[in-house]
Design a protein around this ligand. Structure first.
Ligand code: HEC
Length: 101
């Protein structure tokens, strides 16, 4: 019965993920850009996708690297090199200009 238990927990986790309301690309700055599309589609599966203004430009490098690690460890597809570059450029272009308190 151990296998069924694990499958049940997985199903619950997946359901919890998909029921969370997600901001659409429209809600981000420059909504038609490739960066906003990536942010909406790839960064809102484990938590609500953050606004680019959540971090200063330099901060996004560390956050993105950490998120790649989170995706890898949870078995999510990681961002391809090109996707990471586009997303980082986008986040940095709309990043906060001062560190938030
Ligand atoms: C596989 C699940 C997963 C995905 C997908 C994911 N994250 Fe996260 N994220 C986490 C977890 C877990 C935390 C809390 C722990 C931490 O901060 O590392 C977090 C926290 C955050 C935080 C708050 C912590 C901070 O330092 O500000 C931000 C911002 C963030 N994620 C941005 C992103 C972005 C941008 C993407 C898309 C590239 C993304 N996340 C995709 C799992 C994920």
């Amino acid at each position: 019965m151990r296998g069924a238990g694990v499958a049940g927990v997985m199903a619950m986790l997946l359901a919890a993920c998909s029921e969370r309301p997600q901001p659409a690309a429209r809600e981000f700055p420059d909504p038609d850009s490739a960066g906003a599309t990536l942010l909406a589609s790839r960064c809102g599966t484990c938590h609500v996708a953050p606004l680019p203004s959540a971090h200063v430009a330099a901060g996004w490098i560390t956050v993105l690297n950490r998120m790649q690690m989170r995706m890898r460890s949870r078995g999510y597809p990681v961002l391809a090199e090109e996707e990471q570059r586009v997303l980082l450029e986008y986040l940095q272009a709309h990043a906060a200009t001062a560190v938030k308190k």
